[in-house]
Ligand binder design. Structure first.
Ligand code: DON
Length: 341
């Protein structure tokens, strides 16, 4: 009797950690789910590459790679997991996490907010809207849309632009488990055409979200969006969040475990912009998309998943990535809100 109570206690602890259904999952089941999604969506021809950043229009729209990295560091892949695309808005998660790591969860909540804007990722109306409530202490903004992200980048401390950049890059490298580099053609292309983000940066300074030097914030933000990543890098970054802030492949603790839930909450609220609610309804997964074609999603305690496929829908989210992640996560019992079978 005593032993079965103990076994029940251990199972409950595993359930709390969200680990039970993953450990019940045979490696071949995970690979089968990844392979099935790859062949199901390989020939899907919907959507269109982003073209407001000219370099993104030139990326091969057929590029399709899937990677799952489990919270204990096992890697499952299908398709092209080597070709790099620019990380784009997925970097917003890791720069936000870096600020939270250094300055605490309240820093982001107070300065930027953690609420959905209900607008597109580069909306200026959202910046104007937030001014009406900022005095109430309830900013309707978050670090995953451009105004909030440029402000979050401005919050990374450092004595020079290079010092700030090193911290941003190190955080991305540690999360991916390798030395990443900037795709210079994308950085140049976006720097030449990012007048809208410059306007947003100037407004965020005018309204007190950025304290000084909005030009540096926009430049570093543009550079962080141009970091090159493949599907495996992105899945490892997602798995770092799934494993309580510890990169499960390298074993390095990148983010304090207690700070991870806050990061995931903002991803759940705003990770797929104005389609975040719809996404959460179908998957339950905190996620983040980028206009380079990547999406990461996190099943806490279980796995990180990433898909790279450049054609996007109207909200700016990769179509094949959304479909493949939904199928794979559902096959693996990834939805944290679903009853454990
Ligand atoms: O600032 C921009 O517009 C891009 N560097 C990033 C936008 C983005 O990835 C939105 N994602 N879905």
């Amino acid at each position: 009797m005593m032993r079965s109570y103990r076994a029940l206690g251990a199972a409950a602890a595993l359930l709390t950690l969200g680990l039970i259904s993953l450990s019940a999952q045979a490696p071949s089941d995970v690979q089968r789910a990844v392979d099935a999604a790859y062949s199901k969506f390989r020939s899907l021809q919907e959507g269109k590459n982003a073209d407001y950043i000219p370099a993104l229009a030139k990326v091969d729209p057929n590029l399709f790679g899937i990677a799952v990295v489990t919270a204990d560091g096992k890697v499952y892949t299908a398709g092209d997991i080597k070709t790099e695309v620019s990380i784009q808005s997925i970097s917003k998660v890791f720069t936000m996490a870096q600020v939270i790591q250094e300055q605490g969860l309240e820093s982001i909540e107070k300065r930027i907010g953690v609420d959905a804007t209900g607008a597109r990722f580069n909306s200026i109306i959202a910046v104007e809207g937030v001014r009406t409530v900022i005095g109430t202490g309830a900013p309707e903004m978050n670090p995953l849309v451009n105004p909030g992200a440029i402000s979050a980048t401005s919050m990374v401390t450092g004595s020079s632009s290079d010092a700030v950049w090193k911290k941003i890059m190190d955080f991305h490298n540690d999360s991916a488990g390798r030395q990443l580099t900037v795709l210079q053609d994308v950085y140049k292309s976006e720097s030449d055409t990012n007048q809208r983000n410059q306007a947003i940066g100037a407004l965020m300074l005018a309204y007190g979200y950025i304290k000084t030097n909005w030009q540096q914030a926009v430049d570093l933000y543009t550079r962080q969006c141009s970091i090159g990543v493949n599907a495996r890098d992105l899945a490892t970054m997602a798995a770092t969040l799934a494993a309580g802030g510890k990169n499960p492949v390298t074993g390095k603790q990148v983010l304090d475990a207690g700070k991870v839930p806050g990061v995931l909450a903002v991803m759940a609220t705003a990770g797929l912009y104005d389609d975040s609610g719809k996404w959460l309804y179908h998957t339950g997964l905190p996620a983040k998309s980028g206009v380079g074609g990547g999406i990461i999603a996190v099943s806490p305690g279980k796995f990180g998943i990433a898909v790279v496929s450049p054609p996007l829908d109207d909200a700016g989210n990769s179509i094949r990535a959304q479909r493949a992640i939904t199928d794979i996560s559902n096959a693996l019992g990834g939805n944290p809100y679903a009853p454990v079978k």
